[in-house]
Structure formats: structure tokens, C-alpha cells
Design a protein around this ligand. Structure first.
Ligand code: SAM
Length: 353
């Protein structure tokens, strides 16, 4: 990273000094309620050190399933809660790396590393924390095509160069690798006076990505289809700040994207069928690819070419039986939700696809 801006210095100071614990935040943007968590993740969270938990500023749960043996990279890891959870799920054969620019955050993460490994019963640490910027991972020694899963929790919104950061994600991911992250998004572009406000930016609101600009950015980076796993409206919960924000609507969104060259810009029908084997740890009954694709164990589901690729050309492949290929094309795929969590009263909107 060439030049540290005044805003970056403010953000560092905010997370390194101003905030001592989650309760010090002035809005609820960087807060994640436990009801979003999978029971397996809740169980592991109970094993995480109290200080690490007290300084947690995430806005979602960016921990995908099927992490056994995976190399995971957490961008903007803070005090390491998600790194430790990922390391636990990856097991001794896997490895989790946390990157953050704020020294004080990493000091807490590092100080609890030995104790956390002991709690997990691991003889050899499978976690490493690195100080640095998510916009330039090469200087940190993170090589091309070296990572299975990139996760991140409420960090891209803080980045001064989101395109560079996301470009780095696709550089370090292995082919078929997954980006799975939670972040703050907005329903419209943020006016300059709000994005220039250092406090609003540090509270993860001022730098929120407008959802359609994010879609454009991903396409420019070659990612033609990504999926929304969960979406929840954020109510900042601070009257003064809400008055400044006016009519901007904010969302905490969890996104899943893959490094796959076979994805098309719209869903196409090749007559492919996927069956979930029910073999992913913690998911015996179904697997949610996104907020409108729930694959029920053993039940055949007609899927578009992109969904077939996501299930067939990634680490999820052993857990699915996909029949058919792209040799015959039947036209565009009507991706109307076969299953939608909307029906269960959540705030979910339709994903792309
Ligand atoms: C909202 S906190 C989230 C921390 C952590 N993911 C969690 O869930 O607790 C944002 C974190 O991102 C880090 N951060 C912000 N911009 C960064 C950048 N450009 N490069 C590296 N770290 C960054 C901050 O230092 C801070 O620790």
C-alpha cells in the first residue's frame, strides 16, 4: 500500500484505541446477532477467548461449511474470532491466516493463539496472523492460487480501494476457491459528505458499497455470478447518526462467490440436475447454496449451468451428484426461487442468478 490516507489513520486509531469492546460502537452496523449463527459455529464460539469475543466487530457470519483441511484467509481479521472458528472447522490438517492493518487488534489475536490452540487440542498451531493491508497481499507473501477460502467480516466497506482488494482475493484464490464474506451494503450510492465523514466511515456506514456497483465491480473482475446467502436490514440505532444518513438504506449481506471461469452472466438451462448427498458436517438435511437454492438431501433439483459449476467444480463437489453437462442448451434458466427464506419471514431479497 503506497500512501496511508488520513481516513485510514483514523480507522486504525478507531479500531486500535477508541473502541475497546463491541459496546463502544456508536451504531449497530458492525454487530452480529447470535441468532444468525449455525449451531456448530455457536458451539465453537463458546470455546473462543473472552477478550477476543469482546472486541468482535463483525456484521454477519462469514463461515461457510465444508472447511475440513482447507486453507482459509480472513481479510481484516481484527482480534481473530472468525480465524479461530475457521481454524477449528478446518481441523489440524487445515490452516487459517488472518490479515489486519491494526497493530492493537493483532496483538490481542496473537496473545491468545497458544491458549486457543490448547483449547482446541492442537499440538501444532494451524493459525497465523499477519499485519498488512488487504489491498496488497503479495507483499505479505500470499501467493497466486494458494487459498481455498477467503472470508471477511465487515471490512471491504472500510477499504479505500475496494477494487484492488477484491482483485487480490481472486488472485490468491485457487481455481474453484470460494470468497464468502459479510459486509455492509447500501441501497444507493453514498453521498460524498457521508463517505468523507471519518466517524461514519469507521462505523462501517460511510464506505458501504451500493449493491449494484458491487455487482458491476465483480463482473469487471470476471466474476459473472455471485450469490447472496443472507441479507438483513441494518437500523443504525443512533438518532443523531440516522438523521445524518437520511434516507440511505443499509444492509448486512453475506455473499458467496467462486473463482470459476465457467460462470455465465445469466443462468442458462442445460438440463442439469443436482442431488445433495447430506454429507457436509453440520448439514445432514439440506444445503443452502444461497437464499433461494436449498438442496434437500437426496432430492433431485434442476439447476442452471452456473449452479452446477458451483457444486461440481469446487470443494463442494464430493457432496453432490450432478448429472448432465453443457452439451445441450435449452435456453435461459428460469431461476425463480424453488425455495425462498422470504417465505419464512426473513428480510431476504432475491440473489442474482
Ligand atoms: C469492523 S472491524 C471487523 C474486524 C473483524 N473482522 C471482526 O469481525 O471482528 C474492521 C477491521 O478491518 C481492519 N481493516 C480495515 N481496513 C483494512 C485494510 N485496508 N487492510 C487491512 N485491515 C483493514 C481494521 O483494522 C479492523 O480490525
Amino acid at each position: 500500500m503506497s500512501k496511508i490516507t488520513e481516513k485510514e489513520e483514523f480507522i486504525k486509531k478507531y479500531y486500535g484505541e477508541t473502541l475497546q469492546r463491541t459496546d463502544d460502537l456508536q451504531t449497530s452496523a458492525c454487530c452480529c446477532s447470535d441468532d444468525l449463527l449455525h449451531p456448530l459455529i455457536k458451539e465453537i464460539s463458546a470455546e473462543i477467548n473472552d477478550e477476543v469475543l469482546a472486541k468482535y466487530y463483525g456484521c454477519g457470519s462469514p463461515i461457510p461449511p465444508a472447511l475440513e483441511g482447507a486453507t482459509i484467509l480472513d481479510l481484516g481479521c481484527g482480534t481473530g474470532k472468525d480465524v479461530y472458528i475457521a481454524a477449528r472447522l478446518a481441523g489440524p490438517e487445515g490452516f487459517a491466516i488472518g490479515v489486519d492493518m491494526t497493530e492493537e487488534q493483532l496483538e490481542v489475536a496473537d496473545r491468545h493463539l497458544a491458549g486457543q490452540m490448547k483449547t482446541f487440542g492442537y499440538d501444532k498451531p494451524n493459525v497465523k496472523f499477519i499485519k498488512g493491508y488487504i489491498e496488497d497481499l503479495s507483499v505479505l507473501g500470499l501467493e497466486d492460487n494458494s487459498i481455498d477460502v477467503v472470508i471477511s467480516n465487515c471490512v471491504f466497506n472500510l477499504s479505500q480501494d475496494k477494487e484492488k482488494a477484491l482483485k487480490e482475493v481472486f488472485r490468491v484464490l485457487k481455481p474453484g476457491g470460494e470468497l464468502y464474506f459479510s459486509d455492509v451494503f447500501s441501497g444507493r450510492r453514498i453521498p460524498k459528505e457521508i463517505s468523507d465523514d471519518h466517524l461514519l466511515h469507521s462505523e462501517c456506514l460511510g464506505g458501504a458499497m451500493y449493491t449494484e456497483d458491487f455487482r458491476r465491480l465483480m463482473r469487471n473482475l470476471g466474476c459473472m455470478d455471485f450469490r447472496i446467502v443472507a441479507q438483513k436490514r441494518i437500523r443504525p440505532g443512533n438518532a443523531v447518526i440516522e438523521a445524518k444518513l437520511g434516507m440511505i438504506d443499509f444492509y448486512s449481506i453475506t455473499v458467496r462467490a467462486f473463482k470459476l471461469e465457467t460462470l455465465e452472466d445469466i443462468c442458462e438451462d442445460y438440463g442439469q440436475v443436482a442431488v445433495y448427498r447430506g454429507t457436509i458436517r453440520g448439514y445432514p438435511h439440506y444445503f443452502d447454496l444461497d437464499d433461494h437454492h436449498r438442496l434437500i438431501t437426496g432430492k433431485p433439483m434442476l439447476v442452471c449451468g452456473n449452479t452446477a459449476s458451483m457444486l461440481q467444480e469446487t470443494r463442494y463437489a464430493p457432496h453432490f451428484r450432478v448429472s448432465g453437462d453443457r452439451s445441450v442448451h435449452y435456453g435461459p434458466f428460469n431461476c425463480a426461487p424453488a425455495y425462498s427464506k422470504k417465505d419464512e419471514g426473513s428480510d431476504s431479497g432475491g440473489a442474482c442468478c
